[in-house]
Design a protein around this ligand. Structure first.
Ligand code: NDP
Ligand code: 8X3
Length: 253
């Protein structure tokens, strides 16, 4: 078999772009997400373009039993994962702490922290058995800074930053590489999800400047993944040129 990349959240945005980039580079793919129709659509488009194998695995990363059962049910050949891209994640709402929705908080914590952990625990076990592997965690500029009303989302991404460092310490002895990728504003479905389908509000986030696109982050992830085995890129912060900090964006209009 070719090398294998397991990408969580491959139905949209950065995860979907990663699927195409790793396929272009000859990797077989395990693509995960909740929306099976989207997963099958991405798999079939990739199969038409590239000569690679694509397995789709549908589960909600918050459901630890589904994560375990679905991943463990993969045939043993598919467990020889070279690269895990821990990308599935989301934001819900943008409210001051005193008004935040408890449901939104739980969704973010369960997805961005606990979901990432459920997947990582299983796949890191495979990597230790295999004797190789690379885990790439999607953090955010929100994991390096905190911005008004970002409270819980920022906290989840700070947790990813801490987990990225913790995983590196624990997995060092097994020669497993661990990389954190921390983007600024990337125009994907992210803001539509954050604002619960309010497309107008989501569009405004990216107005007046040139945001990053998913492909920019996928290529950055590929850069980290394609370094020689003795080179670990610990951490990458990637911003649009027009964005200096989480809140400082130079808008022309
Ligand atoms: P999108 O909304 O475009 O994609 C998010 C992906 O995550 C989808 O494939 C979605 O799949 C998946 N996902 C969300 N919740 C779950 C869940 N419970 N179980 C399984 N899969 C889930 O957003 P992005 O591509 O922008 O986001 C990808 C990652 O990048 C996230 O971790 C995000 O926090 C991070 N990020 C994004 C930035 C941005 O500006 N866009 C900047 C910095 C970091 P499905 O709905 O089918 O389950
Ligand atoms: C997504 C970028 O600045 O909206 O993580 O938090 S931001």
């Amino acid at each position: 078999m070719a090398k294998i990349a397991l990408i969580t959240g491959a139905t949209a945005g950065i995860g979907e772009a990663c699927a195409y980039v790793f396929a272009r580079e000859g990797y077989d793919l395990i693509l995960t997400g909740r929306r099976l129709d989207r997963l099958e659509g991405v798999a079939s488009a990739i199969n038409q373009q590239y000569n690679v194998e694509v397995a789709v695995s549908q589960f909600d990363v918050r459901d630890r039993q589904a994560v375990a059962e679905t991943l463990e049910a993969l045939p043993s050949d598919w467990k020889q994962v070279d690269v895990l891209v821990n990308n599935a994640g989301l934001s819900q709402g943008l409210d001051p702490i005193q008004n935040g929705s408890l449901d939104d908080w739980e969704t973010m914590i369960d997805t961005n922290i606990k979901g990432l952990l459920y997947v990582s625990r299983i796949v890191s076990g495979w990597m230790i058995k295999n004797g190789y592997g690379h885990i790439i965690n999607l953090g955010s500029i929100a994991g390096k800074e905190v911005y008004p009303n970002g409270n819980v989302y920022c906290a989840t991404k700070h947790a990813v930053d801490a987990l990225n460092q913790g995983m590196r310490l624990d997995l060092l002895q097994y020669s497993i590489r661990v990389t954190g990728v921390h983007p600024g504003a990337v125009e994907t479905e992210f803001s539509e999800v954050r604002f619960k389908g309010d497309k107008e509000r989501a569009k405004k986030v990216y107005e007046g400047f040139e945001p990053l696109v998913a492909q920019d982050i996928a290529e950055t992830i590929w850069f980290a993944a394609s370094r020689p085995a003795h080179v670990n890129i610990n951490d990458i912060v990637v911003m649009p040129t027009a964005q200096a900090t989480a809140t400082n964006i130079f808008r022309k209009s």
